[in-house]
Design a protein around this ligand. Structure first.
Ligand SMILES: Cc1cc2nc3c(=O)[nH]c(=O)nc-3n(C[C@H](O)[C@H](O)[C@H](O)COP(=O)(O)O)c2cc1C
Length: 389
C-alpha cells in the first residue's frame, strides 16, 4: 500500500490518510457570512471522496477582518448553527475538519467592512493597543465557537499577507512598540493568538498554523531564515502542526499559486482606463511562475530540524504521486496538502487509490481570478462565465 494511504496522528487527531484539502475560500457564504447549502454540499463532496483532513475556507474572526462579501465568518455566535452543520456533514462522511481562522488586516476592502482597514503600520492603518487586544480576543472567541461547533481543530491563518502575516513581516510591520521592531515583538501577535486560542479549544482539538516561508514582497518580508526562526518559536509553543506556504494574495498571488497568469480573465475584470497598462505589465510576467512540483517543500525541509515533534506539511504544487510518496517516505513532509487539484478533481484521492499517477490540474489559476471576481469557488479550466460573479 502507498504510504499516502497510511493513517497519521496530528496532535491527537487521527487522520485516515495523508491527504489534506488546504483552505480554500469560495464565495459561497450568504451575505451575512453564514453557511449556505452550497458550503455544505462542497464539503460533503470532499469528505465523501476520502480526503483525510479538510481545512475549511478562511473564516473571518472579526467583522473588520473580512476579505469579501462571500467569505464565511466565525465572528458571531449566530454563525454557530451553520458551522455545526459543516462539522456534522464532514463527520457524517467519516472525515475530519479543521476551521481556518483569519483576519484580512489591511487587505480587507472598505466597501466590504464599512470602514478603513487596519494593519500594523501607518501605511496600512496602524492599529492601536485596544484594537490589537480586540483581535486577539476575537481569535479566542472564534476558537471557542470552533469547539462548540464540533470541529476537530483550528488552523490560525498567519500566511498570504493577511493581518498576522503583516505583523510577522518586516516589510509590513514598522512599529517600534512592543508589537514590532524586533523579531520577538513581530512574533508577539501570533504568539498571543496561539496562547489565547489554545485556552478555548476542547480537549483533543488540534491547533495548527499556516505560515509563509517567503512573502515575496517588493522588499524583504518573511524570508526563509526568518521563517525558520518563527518555526522554532511555534514549535516551542507546542502547536500541533505547521503548514508551510508562500506569497501574499495582494502583492504576489502568482508565488502563492504558481502556474499561469490568466491575463485575459484579469483584464476582463478591469476598467478601460487601467487595462492597457495592466496588459503590458502582465505580459512581462505571465511566464515567470512556471509550475514547479511541491514548491514549498524546500522551505519545509529547512524548518524540519527546528520543529522537534511538531507535525510539518508543505502546500503548493503537489501534482505527481511519485513526488508525494518520495517526500513522505523521506520524512520531508508529514502530509500532502493540496487546493487547486481538489477543486479540479474532488475525487482525486480515490483516483490515486485506483492507480492515477498525477493530478489533472494545469495550474491555469482561473480559480483564483474567479474568486477575486466573485464567482463561486470551483475549477474554471474551460473559462469563466461571461457575466460577473
Ligand atoms: C481559489 C483559491 C482560494 C484559496 N483560499 C485560501 C484560503 O481561504 N486560505 C488559505 O490559507 N489559502 C487559500 N488558498 C491557497 C491554497 O490553500 C494553497 O496554499 C495554494 O493554492 C497552493 O496550493 P495548490 O498548488 O495545491 O493549489 C486559496 C487558493 C485558491 C486557488
Amino acid at each position: 500500500m502507498s504510504i499516502l494511504f497510511s493513517p497519521y496522528t496530528l496532535g491527537r487527531m487521527e487522520i485516515k490518510n495523508r491527504f489534506v484539502f488546504s483552505a480554500c475560500e469560495d464565495n459561497l457564504a450568504d451575505e451575512k457570512g453564514f453557511v449556505s447549502g452550497a458550503c455544505v454540499r462542497k464539503l460533503r463532496n470532499m469528505a465523501r471522496n476520502e480526503i483525510g483532513l479538510i481545512i475549511s475556507s478562511h473564516l473571518f474572526v472579526h467583522p473588520w477582518g473580512r476579505t469579501r462579501t462571500g467569505q464565511l465568518g466565525i465572528h458571531d455566535n449566530d454563525t454557530l448553527p451553520g458551522l455545526q452543520r459543516l462539522a456534522d456533514t464532514v463527520h457524517g462522511a467519516s472525515g475530519k475538519i479543521v476551521f481556518q481562522l483569519g483576519h484580512a488586516g489591511s487587505t480587507a476592502k472598505e466597501s466590504v467592512i464599512g470602514r478603513a482597514p487596519l494593519g500594523p503600520s501607518a501605511r496600512d492603518g496602524a492599529m492601536n493597543e485596544t484594537e490589537i487586544r480586540d483581535v486577539v480576543r476575537a481569535f479566542g472567541n472564534a476558537a471557542g465557537r470552533a469547539a462548540d461547533a464540533g470541529a476537530d481543530g483550528i488552523q490560525i491563518h498567519a500566511a498570504h499577507g493577511y493581518l498576522i502575516n503583516q505583523f510577522l513581516s518586516p516589510f509590513f510591520n514598522h512599529r517600534n512598540d512592543s508589537w514590532g521592531g524586533t523579531v520577538e515583538n513581530r512574533f508577539r501577535l501570533l504568539r498571543e493568538i496561539v496562547e489565547e486560542t489554545r485556552r478555548r479549544l476542547a480537549p483533543g482539538m488540534a491547533l495548527l498554523v499556516k505560515m509563509n516561508a517567503s512573502d515575496h514582497t517588493p522588499e524583504a518580508g518573511i524570508t526563509p531564515p526568518l521563517a525558520v526562526d518563527y518555526a522554532r518559536r511555534l514549535a516551542g509553543l507546542n502547536i500541533d502542526g505547521l503548514e508551510v506556504s508562500c506569497g501574499t494574495s495582494a502583492l504576489s498571488p502568482w508565488n502563492m499559486c504558481r502556474g499561469d497568469v490568466p491575463v485575459a480573465e484579469i483584464l476582463r475584470g478591469m476598467s478601460d482606463s487601467k487595462r492597457a497598462a495592466a496588459a503590458a505589465a502582465l505580459d512581462k510576467i505571465r511566464h515567470a511562475f512556471g509550475p514547479t512540483e511541491a514548491y514549498n517543500l524546500d522551505s519545509a525541509i529547512r524548518m524540519r530540524p527546528v520543529m522537534g515533534h511538531t507535525s510539518l506539511f508543505a502546500v503548493g504544487g503537489w501534482r505527481h504521486v511519485a513526488a508525494m510518496e518520495a517526500a513522505v517516505h523521506k520524512g520531508e513532509t508529514d502530509l500532502i496538502a493540496m487546493c487547486r487539484p481538489f477543486l479540479r478533481e474532488p475525487s482525486l484521492v480515490r483516483k490515486i487509490h485506483n492507480g492515477k499517477t498525477a493530478s489533472s490540474c494545469i495550474d491555469c489559476n482561473r480559480c483564483l481570478i474567479a474568486l477575486a471576481q466573485g464567482f463561486p469557488g470551483r475549477c474554471y479550466r474551460k473559462g469563466l462565465p461571461e457575466s460577473g460573479g
